[in-house]
Every structure is written in C-alpha cells, then in structure tokens.
Design a protein around this ligand. Structure first.
Ligand code: TYM
Length: 350
C-alpha cells in the first residue's frame, strides 16, 4: 500500500517554488493516500546552527500546510525533532552510507562552498537523515521539487545496501517483504522510494533569471513570490519579471531556449491545475502585457486565501501547537514499530 512522506525545512519564508513544487502536491495526494508531512527542524540546523526564531518558523511551515488544505486529522503533520526515531535511524544509515556518496551530493557542494573542511558534519550527513525521515515509516512515495531528486536516489541506495547487507538477518527475523525492484525480485525491509517530481512546475525559476531556481537565499526579493506577499507585491513582481521581447508561442516547442517564458507558463499551469500545452492553447500569440496581468490575478486568487489563513492560524499558536503535538504522538507510534524491527535486524539488545 502506498505511503506518502515529505518534509519542508523551517528556514526562511516559503515561496512559490516550495508551494508548487511540494505543498500543492501534498494537498492533492491526500485524496487517495495515507500521508505524513513533516517540518524538518533537525535539518534546519545543518547549514546554520543558531536561529532567531526557530519555533516561530516551525509553526509557520505547519500553518502553511494547514492553510493550503492538508487535513491533520486524516493525515499526520508534525515536526521532526518530536520523533527521536528519525535521528536514531539516521545514525544507522550513517553507517550504511559511504562518505563518497555524500561527497557527490550537488546540494552539499553548493551549500558548503569553497571551505568544505569547515562545513558541519551534519550538512554532509544531511541526506542520510533525509533517507531516515522517509524510511522510518517505510514510506514509498515522496513528492518534492526537482532539486531533491539526487537526495532521493541516495535514499534508494541506502535502502538497497541495507536490504542486501542484512538480507540474512531480515529473513531470520521475519520482518521483510518480497518486493520487485525493476525486473528483480528481492526480499528486503526498506522499500525503494519513488520520487514524485512531475507536474508543470517541478523547478520554479527565479523571476529575475530563468536559469536560476527560485530560492529562499536569493538576495533579490524580486526574484521570488513569497507565500506571505500581499496582492500588490505579487502583481508588482510578476510585472517586473524578466521576459524576452517575443509573445507567447502556440505550442510547447516554442518555449525551447526561452527559460523565462517557459517558467511563467509553467507557473500559470501549476496554479490552474492545467498543462502547459493547455495554457498555450489559450494564450498563444498574446503579448506578455496580456499574459502577466492574467498570471498575477491567478496567483493572487490562489495565494491570498492561503496567506490570510496562515495569519489567522499564527495569531494564536495554541491550535498549531496542538496539531503538531498530536501528529508527533501518532508519528512516534508508527516510527517506534519500524525501529523495533530495525533493532532486531541489526542485532541490538533491548
Ligand atoms: P526545502 O525545505 O528546501 O524545500 C521544500 C520543498 O520545496 C521544493 N522546492 C522547489 N520546488 C520547485 N521549484 C523550486 N524553486 C523549489 N525550491 C524548493 C523542494 O524540492 C522541496 O520539495 N531536503 C528537503 C527537506 C526534506 C525532505 C525530507 C523532503 C528533509 N527530509 C524527506 C522529502 C522527504 C529540503 O531541503 O526541502
């Protein structure tokens, strides 16, 4: 049975990339799946140790989940540090994963920059904790933006190595299941996770430069639409978004080598739950002076109810805190069962 897991870091303000690449997909997946959505506060201290208002940031991500339409009663919403099994399994995965695997992660190389010797050990081990987040529930499907693809491949490598290295123990303890991986049938404990990256906006780009991804750390606020931006800010940023002099093409092929146009069409499609082809069928041949106001209206229509509801939820934190407490309790119960199996498989004495 499919089980969906994903996480968002409580660092900086959420932007349209986080919303379209991740949170909007979380909402859609609730319909037909059991889902677990996590505010990954342990990950938040890997790049920067001390934060001004970490608690406020954690609540703000949880509020964004709820305001976007995630149902915390039917599904689980919690913060990572409330479930110690994440860190516990991450330690075991630190012993499964190889240093070479971690050194190859492009996000580590980007975040560590030139002075790699001085990056925290946590930043290097980050993907191992991420694999533990998912696999401590034996989750099978992970909705994320395109930038997390390499981390999910690593989670598959870790699961695979664990399954192979411990295969005798997994059989002996009767904890495993038969699974099909590609063509091959294996008996393993951890599933090989499937990334869910598709959709019209898997990688939302900066509004100032269509070759850079929209990110929390871009110094220009004009490069991104924040979830908390008001209608005027949204309209202004879209009006100022970089474009080329041509109008919109009638077909997808016409977006080739036009990263800024492609980005805006992808954003429109994702916000409207339509395909890019469908959007071009409507706007093909039009100038950006027509398309941009339509995009701004749509973005305001989708985002302003969410930011309004977030403000309301954050006004009195007791509601969000109760949701996180309840989610944490249910998550601990599920993670505890998996860790009991893992202790048996590894051979720790309880
Ligand atoms: P984070 O907090 O950086 O981002 C949260 C989600 O937003 C997506 N995203 C984007 N999608 C499209 N376009 C963009 N410009 C864009 N920017 C960000 C990210 O892909 C992500 O889905 N490592 C993760 C958090 C994490 C996690 C996990 C995710 C920790 N454990 C387990 C899944 C499963 C991260 O830093 O996301």
């Amino acid at each position: 049975k499919p089980l969906v897991f994903s996480g968002v870091q409580p660092t900086g303000n959420l932007h349209l990339g986080n919303y379209l690449g991740a949170i909007r997909k979380f909402v859609a997946l609730q319909e037909n799946n059991d889902c677990i959505y996590c505010v990954v506060d342990l990950h938040a201290i890997t790049a920067q140790l001390v934060h001004d208002d970490l608690r406020g940031q954690i609540r703000s991500i949880a509020a964004a989940f709820i305001a976007s339409g995630i149902d915390p009663k039917k599904h689980i919403v919690f913060n990572q540090s409330a479930v110690p099994q994440h860190a516990e399994l991450a330690w075991i995965f630190n012993c499964v994963a190889r240093i070479g695997w971690m050194n190859r992660m492009t996000q580590f190389k980007d975040k560590a920059g030139k002075d790699r010797e001085n990056a925290s050990l946590g930043l290097l081990a980050y993907p191992s904790l991420m694999a533990a987040d998912i696999l401590v529930y034996r989750a099978t499907h992970v909705p994320v933006g395109d930038d997390q693809k390499q981390h999910l491949e690593l989670a598959r490598d870790i699961a695979q190595k664990f399954n192979i290295d411990f295969q005798e123990k997994i059989r002996a303890t009767g904890t495993g299941v038969d699974m099909v991986v590609g063509e091959e049938k294996i008996h393993g404990y951890f599933p090989l996770v499937e990334p869910l990256i598709d959709g019209p906006a898997p990688r939302v780009m900066s509004l100032r430069d269509g070759t850079k991804k929209m990110s929390k750390s871009d110094p220009s606020d004009l490069s991104r639409i924040n979830l908390m931006d008001d209608a005027d800010d949204i309209a202004r940023k879209i009006r100022k978004a970089k474009t080329d002099p041509e109008g919109l093409p009638g077909e997808i092929e016409g977006l080739k080598d036009r990263p800024e146009a492609d980005n805006l069409v992808g954003i429109y499609a994702a916000l409207a739950d339509r395909t890019k082809a469908d959007v071009l069928a409507e706007f093909g041949g039009q100038q950006f002076s027509v398309f941009k106001p339509a995009l701004a209206d749509l973005a305001v229509h989708v985002l302003s109810p969410i930011s309004g509801e977030m403000r309301r939820l954050l006004d009195d934190t007791s509601h969000i805190d109760a949701i996180l407490r309840d989610g944490g309790e249910r998550a601990r119960a599920r993670a505890g069962k998996v860790m009991a199996d893992v202790f048996d498989i590894v051979g720790f004495l309880r």
